[in-house]
Design a protein around this ligand. Sequence first.
Ligand SMILES: *[C@@H]1O[C@H](CO)[C@@H](O)[C@H](O)[C@H]1NC(C)=O
Ligand SMILES: *[C@@H]1O[C@H](CO)[C@@H](O)[C@H](O)[C@H]1NC(C)=O
Ligand SMILES: *[C@@H]1O[C@H](CO)[C@@H](O)[C@H](O)[C@H]1NC(C)=O
Length: 243
Amino acid sequence: MKFDDILSDVGDFGWYQKRNYILLLIGWILTAPFMVLSVFVLAMPDHRDLSANLIEYIQPTTFKNLTSLQVLHLYDNELSTIEPFTFINLPSLRDLHLTRNNIRHIREQAFGYLPSLSQLVLAGNPLNCDCSIFPLWSWLIERSSIATNAKCSNGTLITSLQSPALDICNPDNCHCFNGGKCVANGNELACDCIGQWTGEFCQESQCISHECGSGDCYIEPINGTAQCLCDDRYVNFCPEHIN
Ligand SMILES: *[C@@H]1O[C@H](CO)[C@@H](O)[C@H](O)[C@H]1NC(C)=O
Ligand SMILES: *[C@@H]1O[C@H](CO)[C@@H](O)[C@H](O)[C@H]1NC(C)=O
Ligand SMILES: *[C@@H]1O[C@H](CO)[C@@H](O)[C@H](O)[C@H]1NC(C)=O
């Protein structure tokens, strides 16, 4: 017997099936609003208002990659430093409001890939205009389409700072040897040396005059003296291996 033949016995899509079908639909209709709700609940808002929230610190990359964010309000908080990579890759961000925080330092690369940014509102922050301002200053000079009222703690507009005065803060004019990095140190740049290297340009090392034999010289981090490392032991001199 074929399956279709059963239908001729029991009757096809009749009143009984229609009633069951409609009862089933009532259940689906009730769930429909919940399906639609996710459209609104999971949507990315264009505006975020985090003003007057006593925020003291923003974790780097907190606002990374929010592609549809257009306006971000962070005024009247208690931020003191904007860390590197805080506001990056926000292609739609137009207005960033950071008014009346306590921002003194904006670190290098705090802002990156903000192609739509037209307003950076920073009034009411005592920005420190020593050499640490150089990255922000040069970024603002390059991106002259960004309107900003950022001021130094003495009231001078950041964008009116003069290039010759800041030359001394330009990392291109600072050279460190042996892997040292130029970092802002008050109104000048200084070399931040690594490993055994010291001196103004990281050109000096106690290891230069410290003979270690077959071992490697390193600088003891606590007392700063040259030591030798041989076979996991720290000594003053490593005798040649005797095979
Ligand atoms: C952010 O976007 C960049 C470039 O589109 C991508 O490489 C990165 O993985 C994204 N990061 C996150 C946390 O989504
Ligand atoms: C404020 O500080 C900047 C940077 O140190 C300096 O160039 C400027 O002349 C100062 N302005 C006043 C009014 O003191
Ligand atoms: C420095 O520290 C090392 C390792 O702790 C020790 O062996 C050495 O004697 C110290 N040098 C001085 C001058 O204190």
